[in-house]
Design a protein around this ligand. Structure first.
Ligand SMILES: [Fe+2]
Ligand SMILES: [Fe+2]
Length: 234
């Protein structure tokens, strides 16, 4: 089922958008970020009903969705969402994928993370191929301001937050032209893959916010006893 879901997404992106890269990336970024919305929704639900609290996971998944939002904003800046049909297709597919991943995450969270590992891996390959085929053209074009703000000039807290395999404030990529921007997006997708792998590990206490090295995971991951609704100091 997971391979089928990924296969449908890859088919749409690879075949229908073969010669239109920016609309293709717009669809990819619209659909491929909703699993993070689904994880957040289900984790909030668990906390609402008092089953458990995973503060770090909520924080990291939100930062991942924030990163993908900026990929989407860059594609919109490049004209990827100009056509109504592309917005219609992307947003309806996103709605469908959201509910599928909510259901999958409720019954099989590791499978839901594996699904996203495959999607992010596909995104990496897609951008890597695009970079190889369009290097000279991309290097001649300026970086969109939204990319400059996200990768260099703005508050980089959220940029650091989604990369659980990287020491905070250690990755500061160049953003001098459009080629740099796509290199950064491609490398972001690789960081998402690493985070998704960490989420599937047996010992998930290592999946922590990069900004909380001294923060005990046990403080954030609390499994409440049945009927227990205790406050937890963080
Ligand atoms: Fe992305
Ligand atoms: Fe992604």
């Amino acid at each position: 089922m997971i391979r089928l879901l990924v296969g449908i997404l890859v088919f749409v992106i690879n075949v229908l958008y073969r010669d239109r890269p920016y609309p293709r990336f717009y669809v990819l970024e619209t659909v491929a970020r909703v699993p993070y919305f689904a994880y957040l929704s289900v984790l909030h639900l668990y906390e609402t009903v008092g089953l458990w609290r995973k503060a770090d996971w909520l924080k990291v998944h939100f930062a991942e969705s924030w990163n993908e939002l900026h990929h989407l904003l860059i594609m919109e800046d490049l004209g990827g969402n100009d056509r109504w049909i592309d917005r219609f297709l992307a947003q309806h597919a996103a709605l469908l994928y959201y509910w599928i991943v909510v259901g999958l995450y409720l019954v099989a969270p590791k499978s839901a993370y594996h699904f996203m590992e495959l999607v992010e891996g596909h995104a990496y390959d897609t951008y890597d191929k695009f970079l190889t085929e369009n290097e000279a053209d991309l290097k001649a074009q300026p970086a969109p301001q939204i990319a400059i703000n996200y990768y260099r000039d703005g508050d980089l807290y959220m940029f650091d937050e989604f990369q659980t395999a990287v020491v905070a404030e250690s990755r500061r990529p160049a953003v001098d032209n459009l080629y740099d921007v796509f290199v950064n997006i491609r490398d972001d997708e690789a960081e998402h893959v690493k985070t998704m792998v960490a989420c599937q590990a047996t010992d998930t206490t290592n999946m922590k916010s990069p900004h909380a090295p001294a923060f005990a995971a046990s403080d954030a991951e609390v499994v409440f006893a049945p009927g227990e609704q205790q406050a937890v100091a963080e």
